[in-house]
Design a protein around this ligand. Sequence first.
Ligand SMILES: Cc1ncc(COP(=O)(O)O)c(C=O)c1O
Length: 395
Amino acid sequence: MAVHLGRPLASPGSAVNPHLVLSSTFHQGGSTSYARDGSPTWEGFEALVGGLEGGTCITFSSGMGAVSAVVESLPIPGRVVVASDAYNGTRRLLADLAGRGRLRYRTVDLASSADVLSACAELVEAPGRPSGTDGAFGAGGLLWLESPTNPLLTIADISALANGAHELGMDVVVDSTFASPLGQRPLDLGADVVVHSATKILSGHSDVLIGAVVTRRGDVSEQVSRRRTLHGATPGSLESWLALRGARTLWVRQSKAAASAGVLAQMLLAHPQVLRVFYPGLRSHPGHEVALKQMSDFGTMVSFEVLGGAVAADALCAALRLLTVATSLGGVETLIERRSRWAGEEAIPPGLLRMSVGIEDVDDLWSDLSDGLLAAEKAGECSGKHPAPTVTPGS
Ligand SMILES: Cc1ncc(COP(=O)(O)O)c(C=O)c1O
């Protein structure tokens, strides 16, 4: 599907790839009139992502554009239960909207399905249900899942939580960015909506910002595409074209990177400088059994905590020559960063590094990481305890 969906109809002499259409307006009388309502270049990417997830895809200018369109589709006041370690941008958006009275939300640890469902039950019983909105998306409350989470790789039991939340009358969203549509299919597991930061592994080359919402519910796709037109978070033509081209190789990139991630997670686990490894493919990961059940691989993200805290983690990054020290994830190049430096991630252990594994040779990656771990050890031995400054939020 990733290779073949979203191509133009075949006819002798016609292009195999979709055209890059650079036009903000279109001649009257056709199905497209203005590029904030729709553009032919989005359609290929939407066909591909919708096909992979098994629903209708609406693409946005970024992952946060997609997240915002779903949240803005809630009736007023919205009521949301969200993962306590969900992507910091999602949590900051909810906090911002809550501060302005648009919605109420509470956070919960996704690792415990019982805790999540009791938080949902409390939310449903609390006064303040929006009136006159019965049957509308999110009228009974919204459960916002992310699995695996960014950056702690917590696994939510999507089908158990979707069933439980539906019984309570709530709707369910899954941010599936870390898994990709090849790693898990949340709509098949019972979710109402999937969101992606397609900036990451879907497009795969760290060269575009783009997002996607996928759903089988006509009311939700109608609401969400209305938000796109009204709020204007439309993807650029070049971005959608590049994302489609990148997504063609999703399977080969993801297979290679996920295999390397598994190898590196094991090597890190055995290393004396490493305190903890967060990777759902490890048998020691608390979500391993659930991940086995709902994912087709364990993903390309590995987080690990080094001895010696922030000083040692920063020394590791400074010693690297092959891995790129930068935020974001899902590109062909391996990226690494210390997470607690970001605002909104103060609760993350100071020595925790998040690594997005790319498609380089795994021995080369390990050789570079080993040098970094040696540098971390030396820095840890002579560390003062000066916390590094927090800067603006990462992705
Ligand atoms: C899990 C997750 N969801 C959403 C986003 C937001 O995506 P974007 O940066 O494309 O707006 C990110 C960004 O890192 C993310 O990691």
